[in-house]
Design a protein around this ligand. Structure first.
Ligand SMILES: Nc1ncnc2c1ncn2[C@@H]1O[C@H](COP(=O)(O)OP(=O)(O)OP(=O)(O)O)[C@@H](O)[C@H]1O
Ligand SMILES: [Mg+2]
Ligand SMILES: [Mg+2]
Length: 514
């Protein structure tokens, strides 16, 4: 995993020029299709696995062979119910499956099994807020109309080399939930925030990989302006696509309305640049829905929601709240990053336990060395993040030695880079590595000798940089840091920079009083 650059910089996120026109009210509702992380498919015992050879994960039922029958996989039902619970929905005590008919190569049954009339859950909501979700208002509730279980389709691939259309049924009958929101979104920040919060929730609860970019989620976005008819943009595969398609579609509708035109309900696609008309309401497909006669009604105990709720782990927002408060005091963006990367969160807790709980050292050091130095050095060295390269005990040891002034921060950075680069260093204690690379503070020297040595270095630097001294004496006090930098370079970062800083100040003050 490469670390997102935004974590390492403090600059705020750039906003593009797009703006909503207050006279043309944006309204949006989403349909989110989420692949469930089950072992088996929805109605068969084929493995639910990707990255396999085409058509290697299929059963007779997935291919739609006559005579085969569906049997509901309880894993999928449980994951759908978990989603319903965290989205505050009413689990329906009775739900059923329907057939949605349309002919397509990758749909071998000739229909998709879905829940049109009696879905598994209704009437939920997800709350967004300014603090955690970066929306403009303090609070915004997005209502969930319904959550339904359904099958995914196979994949149709055009093979350019063979000039053939090929069908891969590995994805056919993979379990999905379709989550339909009410048209509650009033701007793009809310859309972005909802998708982020929802993906974090489902991946945290192991419902879905949450990886939008790898096709684990696909979204249909519906947009209308000023209460007009909705236009649906089908099959968007990433947050970027959703946002760009919505921007484009809003502007397209706005221009038509400004020119006196009218928007009629239609379905469009997204080609990466524009939304393209697929069909209008008049030529809408007639899906000939009817109840699936082979699947029994799902009858659920009314207490099931409470039972599932009592077994859920702590939810992301509550963990984030803890991470940004005492004793952790992490920055919000770092806490959010950790919630999306639970292996790094576990590592963080391990380092925290050793440094702060067991050794009573400052959490500030842990946060800095974890979020800036460790992750930053992987980035600097252009090595994909792999925490096994720096076991948590190594980082904790290093932080403890820094806090005991056995090594300066500058030398510790160099040492950390060596540990990342050299696997053989992982088996040596940090104290030995400090010796190996000669990076320790010169602690054999008595304090007065260290002070004399530092003074000598400072005097040399002052003599070779008269222009800088002049500037400092002229009031540019900040230039002292330049001199400190030279002294650190001279001593390869082994001496604490504060020693040089006070020495320079002392000498320059003397010079000024001459
Ligand atoms: N005026 C509107 N403006 C924007 N979005 C709307 C508007 N009215 C409804 N929507 C949204 O349109 C979506 C309708 O989805 P739903 O699954 O119920 O029907 P569908 O799109 O007709 O069915 P299908 O699943 O076959 O695409 C919902 O997300 C809803 O919020
Ligand atoms: Mg729908
Ligand atoms: Mg739709």
């Amino acid at each position: 995993m490469m670390i997102p650059k935004r974590l390492l910089h403090t600059s705020s996120i750039c906003h593009s020029k797009f703006q909503l026109n207050p006279n043309f009210k944006f309204k949006c509702g989403l349909e989110l299709h989420t692949q469930l992380k089950t072992n088996h498919k929805l109605f068969s015992l084929s493995p639910n696995k990707f990255d396999s050879a085409p058509n290697s994960k299929i059963s007779y039922f997935d291919c739609g062979l006559p005579g085969t029958q569906p049997k509901l996989n309880p894993e999928a039902l449980l994951l759908a119910l978990k989603t319903a619970v965290v989205l505050n929905s009413d689990i329906q005590s009775r739900s059923t499956f329907d057939r949605k008919h349309y002919f397509y190569l990758d749909q071998p049954l000739g229909y998709q099994i879905t829940q049109r009339y009696h879905p598994i859950a209704r009437n939920g909501w997800l709350d967004l807020n300014k603090k955690f979700d970066n929306i403009k208002t303090n609070e915004k509730r997005i209502h969930i109309e319904q959550i339904q279980l359904e099958q995914d389709t196979g994949k149709t691939i055009y093979d350019k080399t063979d000039q053939l259309i090929k069908v891969d049924l590995n994805r056919a009958n993979v379990p999905l939930i379709e989550l339909v929101t009410k048209p509650d979104f009033e701007d793009l920040d809310q859309v972005r925030a909802f998708i982020k919060k929802y993906t974090t929730l489902v991946s945290h609860l192991d419902i879905c990989t949450g990886n939008l970019e790898l096709g684990a989620m696909r979204v249909d976005a519906n947009v209308s302006i000023n209460g007009g008819d909705r236009v649906e943009i089908k099959n968007l595969g990433s947050t970027g696509e959703i946002i760009n398609a919505l921007k484009y579609e809003y502007n397209r509708q706005l221009n038509i309305l400004k020119n006196g035109g009218q928007i009629l309900q239609e379905t469009r696609g997204w080609n990466g640049t524009e939304t393209i008309r697929a069909r209008s309401k008049e030529d809408a497909v007639d899906y000939r829905y009817f109840p699936d006669s082979e699947l029994p009604v799902i009858n659920l105990d009314p207490k099931i929601g409470e039972q599932i709720k009592s077994k859920l782990p702590e939810l992301p927002e509550s963990i984030i709240s803890k991470l940004i408060s005492k004793p952790f005091n992490l920055e919000l963006k770092h806490a959010k990053f950790l919630i999306d990367n639970t292996d790094i969160l576990d590592y963080y807790h391990n380092v925290f336990n050793v440094v702060v709980l067991e050794n009573k050292k400052s959490v500030k050091l842990v946060n800095n060395w974890m979020m800036h130095q460790l992750l930053g050095n992987f980035n600097k060295l252009n090595i994909p993040l792999d925490l096994t390269l720096v076991p948590f005990k190594k980082l904790s040891e290093l932080i403890l030695l820094i806090s005991e002034k056995e090594i300066t921060q500058t030398s510790a950075q160099l040492l950390l880079q060596e540990i990342i680069k050299n696997p053989e260093d992982r088996s040596l204690p940090v104290t030995e590595l400090i010796e190996k690379y000669d990076l320790g503070t010169p602690k054999d020297l008595p304090t007065n000798e260290l002070s004399e040595a530092a003074e000598e270095i400072c005097n040399d630097i002052i003599q070779s940089n008269p222009d800088v001294i002049e500037r400092i004496m002229g009031g540019k006090k900040g230039s002292i840091n330049f001199l400190v930098g030279l002294a650190m370079k001279e001593t390869q970062g082994k001496v604490d920079s504060s020693i040089f800083k006070s020495k320079f100040n002392e000498i320059i003050e003397k010079l000024q009083n001459l």
